[in-house]
Ligand binder design. Structure first.
Ligand code: SAM
Length: 328
């Protein structure tokens, strides 16, 4: 088992398989000056699988593939099929913007993927284009339906709430959970390398942060019923609209400091272990992966040094990495 210095049991590894993305969400990737990692610095499929094996041997039971956009990686099916058969793994999922899901959902399920989280910040095609810059709402919507058809269940929808952009859509997005068995999750915007001007028609830095307390206030007319979140073993607080088939959750890194529930480790696209999304400290394991060295000591070290919590309430995150390299 991987127990950290604050008695948290670390069972969940998020692997960013690429920093490249077919969208440029304003809060995630700067529109100008994105420098992709050199191809040679990205982990190969075999290196990712080797790290997954080492992590599972130490007690990781849940792995999520993320990015960048994991579905733009040409060997994503190979990565999934190799990780999905590692004994001891209980849950293999992937976070995607959904743009390629329509064409890939079935193959992903066949390769061994169990479920997907899909990012969807708005139900309005023009706003979707504005926030994602290169995205297409209809394509993502079709992707969500195809993922459901393919049995990638439960479907989770990630909505980053941005003040002055989509705070007026919190109710309609939550209401998707009435007729669809989807888990809608409202995520507070995190100040990670996205402090610049986002361009015309998008909110200013001062307007953007929208706390989960304010989201709850807006949703009070729906009389949300609180569900037992202990089974999530993660930072989400979960509710249901009475009579709804799905759920509505909140992930509140700032509004409700959630670090004591954190059970995660992260691997960046260039092979660095991070024990906290919002703290710069990381351990590079790329050389160890390439030389065939034992990886378990690196994983144990990352867990032993997991900080008690992030300090975003008092300090902004540095601009060292944007979210697409870390994987969210
Ligand atoms: N390309 C995929 C996608 O769009 O879902 C996966 C990568 S993305 C970095 C993973 C998650 O991080 C998404 O749900 C995204 O909305 C979230 N995310 C990115 N930047 C964020 C930020 N600044 N604050 C909160 N969530 C963020």
């Amino acid at each position: 088992m991987l127990i950290d210095a604050f008695a948290r049991n670390i069972t969940y590894l998020r692997i960013s398989v690429t920093d490249r993305c077919n969208e440029r969400c304003a809060y995630c990737l700067p529109i100008n000056g994105v420098t992709w990692l050199d191809e040679k610095d990205l982990m190969t499929a075999n290196e990712i699988v080797r790290l997954a094996e080492a992590a599972i041997s130490l007690g990781i039971t849940k792995i999520r593939l993320t990015g960048g956009e994991p579905l733009v990686r040409p060997d994503i099916l190979e990565i999934i099929s190799k990780i999905s058969i590692i004994p001891g793994l209980k849950d293999l999922s992937l976070t995607t913007n959904g743009m390629l899901l329509k064409k890939m959902a079935k193959s992903l399920a066949i390769a061994g993927l169990q479920r997907v989280n899909i990012s969807l910040d708005t139900l309005d095609s023009e706003k979707y284009k504005k926030i994602t810059r290169f995205g297409n709402f209809q394509q993502t919507w079709q992707g969500i339906l195809e993922a459901e058809n393919a049995g990638l269940f439960p479907i989770k929808i990630n909505t980053v709430v941005v003040g002055g952009f989509n705070d007026d859509e919190i109710i309609p997005i939550a209401k998707l959970s009435i007729n669809h068995p989807w888990h809608i999750r409202f995520i507070e915007l995190m100040p990670v390398a996205n402090q610049e001007d986002w361009g015309p028609g998008l909110p200013t830095v001062e307007e953007r942060y929208f706390s989960s307390q304010k989201m709850h206030k807006i949703l009070s007319s729906l009389n949300l019923e609180e569900l037992d979140s202990s089974a999530n073993s993660g930072p989400e607080c979960t509710y249901r609209i009475p009579g709804g088939t799905g759920t509505v959750g909140f992930i509140s890194p700032l509004g409700d400091h959630f670090c004591m529930k954190c059970n995660r480790l992260r691997l960046t696209a260039d092979g660095c272990l991070k024990s906290c999304l919002l703290v710069d400290k990381e351990i590079s394991i790329r050389e160890a992966l390439r030389s065939g060295a034992d990886l378990t000591s690196f994983l144990k070290n990352a867990v032993a040094n997991k900080p008690i919590g992030h300090e975003l309430v008092t300090h902004n995150c540095s601009d060292k990495r944007c979210m697409s390299q870390i994987g969210g």
